[in-house]
Design a protein around this ligand. Structure first.
Ligand code: GLY
Length: 423
């Protein structure tokens, strides 16, 4: 089987790494992929947003199955396009991908079907938003309606921060047309968790919970990033809480999509917060999480391609997922200054040493090869995942690994897993 993976980050490296282990796969391509995964997948020089060219290429190269990492091609309708051309692709179609493409749409579904989430208001006019914010109680959460690469959410503790967020999103349009409308919602206190699930539109199988750490600095300080680290499983999500999340949130969401005439197939990622009043939805995404995938897939013992085929063929009743009992932790090494301004082209040292350890995986996100060296090439550079015996052991080991790697201006969070450690 010939498989194409679309995307170029750490999540896609983890997907390629897992697919490489499948006996059913002869050849993997990554469009555009990155240099760190080039020994596993042949790179194809097509931008992941160029869905027409991707479809042409997949047809010409007789691709048997395509997997999509990032949200942009899903929201642009890559699944519909591939299906029209008779090409097999795993993921939600354009209508379904609106759950991430439009926060207003996602919130309206949650409200209509009484799925627990924060109260909210939508604004198209910045003046009206400012009037509302002038009278509001803080903290509040301000979200650009469209895609903003995980960076379009601001938690405003004071009026001044809220006004600045509205200016940046709606007037300066730092996220382009994604800032045409904003959602202002109540701040919910609690602990965040990501549940990524497989669905054929009727059945749902959640993968083990993972926790991401979005703010750039320790203690959840600083601006949101694409994700600075993750771990799985998550000790504060008990088996009972997992069941509750499935019954109160995930199954009702799938039923809501059916009622709305949305044929939802593939991945549904629910960002949740567990509050004193129970679990509530922060957001939905139609894709694997990054960096959650880097801690979930290393624990999956099944053949990922067989799993995906069963979901696509509506044979989910036959699907029993098996998990490595160890805890996986991923720490992202980023360029200093990310997510705002940073330099690239720094030589990365110490990666060879990490290859000696079977329980250590390096997933490249923004690197480029220069002869026999790797250089930094983006804000998030790479993630180090370690599988250990429980969270403490994994954390100890992962930070030992982090100490072995260096590049100029390297930044990472030193408190990944702190909410579970504080238990
Ligand atoms: N981990 C955040 C995301 O994938 O959206």
């Amino acid at each position: 089987m010939r498989v194409l993976v679309i995307g170029k980050g750490g999540r896609e490296h983890a997907l390629v790494w897992k697919i490489f282990q499948s006996e059913r796969v002869d050849k993997i391509y990554a469009a555009p992929g990155n240099d760190g995964m080039a020994h596993l997948a042949e790179r194809v020089a097509i931008n992941y947003r160029d869905i027409e060219r991707l479809a042409d290429w997949a047809e010409e190269n007789r691709i048997d199955l395509t997997l999509v990492g990032p949200e942009e091609p899903l929201v642009a309708g890559i699944v519909d396009l591939f299906n029209e051309r008779g090409l097999k692709i795993f993921g939600p179609n354009k209508k379904a991908a609106r759950i991430e493409g439009s926060k207003v749409f996602a919130k309206s579904i949650l409200k209509k079907y009484r799925i627990p989430t924060a109260e909210y208001e939508v604004f198209m006019d910045p003046e009206e938003a400012l009037e509302y914010l002038d009278e509001a109680h803080y903290p509040l959460v301000i979200k650009a309606e469209g895609l903003a690469r995980g960076k379009g959410v601001v938690i405003a503790t004071r009026k001044k921060e809220a006004f600045a967020a509205v200016d940046k999103i709606m007037d300066d349009r730092i996220f382009g047309s994604a800032g045409q409308r904003i959602v202002i919602e109540d701040f919910l206190a609690g602990r965040e968790v990501s549940i990524i699930a497989l669905t054929d539109g009727k059945h749902i199988i959640p993968l083990p919970p993972a926790q991401d750490h979005k703010p750039v600095f320790d203690g959840d300080e600083g601006p949101n990033t694409g994700g600075m680290g993750s771990y799985s499983p998550v000790s504060f999500i008990s088996g009972d809480m997992e069941k509750r999340i499935c019954e109160e949130i995930m199954k009702p969401a799938i039923r809501a999509f059916q009622e709305e005439g949305i044929d939802y197939k593939g991945i549904i990622y629910t960002g949740l917060i567990v509050t004193d009043m129970g679990p509530k939805v922060l957001d939905f995404n139609p894709r694997f999480g990054d960096p959650e995938t880097q801690v979930i897939l290393p624990r999956l013992q099944n053949d990922l391609i067989e799993v995906i085929e069963k979901v696509m063929e509506g044979r989910m009743e036959d699907l029993v997922l098996e998990w490595d009992k160890r805890t996986a932790v991923c720490v992202i090494l980023a360029s200093g200054g990310y997510p705002i301004a940073f330099d690239t082209g720094m030589e990365i040292n110490g990666l060879e040493e990490l290859k000696k350890h079977d329980n250590v995986l390096v997933f490249h996100a923004g690197t480029r090869r220069d002869g026999d060296k790797y250089l930094t090439d983006n804000g998030r550079v790479l993630g180090i995942t370690v599988l250990g015996d429980g969270l403490f052991d994994s954390l100890n080991q992962v930070y030992q690994c982090v100490d072995m790697v260096n590049f100029n201006d390297m930044h990472y969070r030193s408190d990944i897993g702190f909410q579970a450690v504080e238990e």
